[in-house]
Design a protein around this ligand. Sequence first.
Ligand code: MSP
Length: 520
Amino acid sequence: MKFYLTTPIYYPSGKFHIGTAYTTTLADTIKKYKQARGYDAYLLTGMDEHGQKIQKVAEKDGKTPQEHVDGMAEEAKKLWSLMEIDYDDFIRTTQERHTKVVEEIFDRLMEQGDIYLSEYEGWYCMPCETYFTETQLVDGKCPDCGREVKKMKEESYFFNMKKYADRLIKFYEENPNFILPESRKNELFNNFLKPGLEDLCVSRTSFDWGVKVRKNPKHVVYVWLDALTNYISALGYLSEDDSLMQKYWPADVHFVGKDIIRFHGIYWPIFLMALNLPLPKQIYAHGFIMMKDGKMSKSKGNVIYPEPLIERYGLDAFKYFILREMSYSQDGTFTPEGFVERYNFDLCNDLGNLLNRTIGMINKYFGGEVTRYPEAVSELDKELENFSNGTIHQVEEYLDTYHVSNAITETWNLISRTNKYIDETAPWVLFKEGKLEELKSVMYHLVENLRRIAILIAPYMKHTSQKILSELSIPKELQTWNSLESYNKIENLKVTDKPEVLFARLVQEQEIEVIKGMMK
Ligand code: MSP
């Protein structure tokens, strides 16, 4: 069972902030989940290194574009390694394995008449490297980023989108889950596909940092045709060894942000149709991480980067926050207050205390020993078991459909339910009254649920998961996703007598200031 998933390839125009880190965290979480479920999962990421903007940024730094992107690629890899992103390949659009595929594709599409030479006039947004028609502009500005646009005219190659539009409409109709969430699909379908597609301008002559058109090298290939091709060039499409392509294409899912869904949901499928290749199975577009005062931007001084957050609060807390805060189909918000609150309530109180209380009681009442599935199972025990069975199925369903935030919420509901179970069963009373068989059962169920919780959070909180499992001395075979199904397989075990604090409580006011100080 294979599962091929991709992140967008990032522009190396500046340091990556938590928004860029989000797409990658999401994709990595799904990869780890799929692996846990037995898939041969392959995650591709990389960098989109061509285009006028990169050329300009490099110039400003007194570097050649190549020097600039080489430096940025190292930075990116450092960040992914800090974030323990388990990618299988890192493609860069300046690599020969990629450029030669782009050249070849352009030639082919020209030969078969899908790409033709003409002249283009339109409103150009420099940062987005995109032309817009008059009607697409919003208040005379770029509809994507809101910045100034300039009227420009140039000789250009065009891609005959109209030829494929009907086929794509049909594909959308036959594959209702092709674009997720549904709201984004409707947007694309109603605003772009249905009104009729314009032919797309696929070359530029105004700069030269890009893949040159073989037959007419004053043209460089439009950065999006170049960039989208990464998803197949990385698999060896058109190369001597295309075994990865045979094995993994079509992609099971492309993860993208909502700002680039149009390129992935319309142009990419049409390029693939023209190449006679199968289309990706799904494209999921997430929302944006916003700040209190809107989008992150250096001019507002509200940009927050992953590194200082990870350094101070740990990788697990960072991933937990961004994944939980971003809902399936809406934007999420980063605030220092929200971060500290989630840390203190969700991680420190709910999860941390559950583990500590449990281990403390087992040590106090039974010298650290938990006994094999006990006899005196109560109604409350059974209720908790049922609740956690339900959680597992919900979490799987959510992760299968990329509702990661919902999956996390379900898991935290189980954590709260388990905490409540301690209050309901009142182990201290059972102990006082000498009801040791009942008490054993309560401890057993607590351990069993903590084991399940640790497995459910593993795809995005590996360190915490490992700590829980090791403090409870859960055997390896009961640490797997498959073992979630079985409830009463734990043999006698002995928990640690020196539990570590998972998440130390933060001093709220002080920490909020610290995070504010991290914003640039
Ligand atoms: N190079 C193109 C992608 C080409 S893919 C064939 C690009 N690069 S990007 O660096 O500008 O953006 C990469 C990803 O980061 C996009 O998915 C974008 O949506 C995401 N994000 C950028 N800012 C974001 C937030 N504030 N929040 C969440 N994601 C955001 O586009």
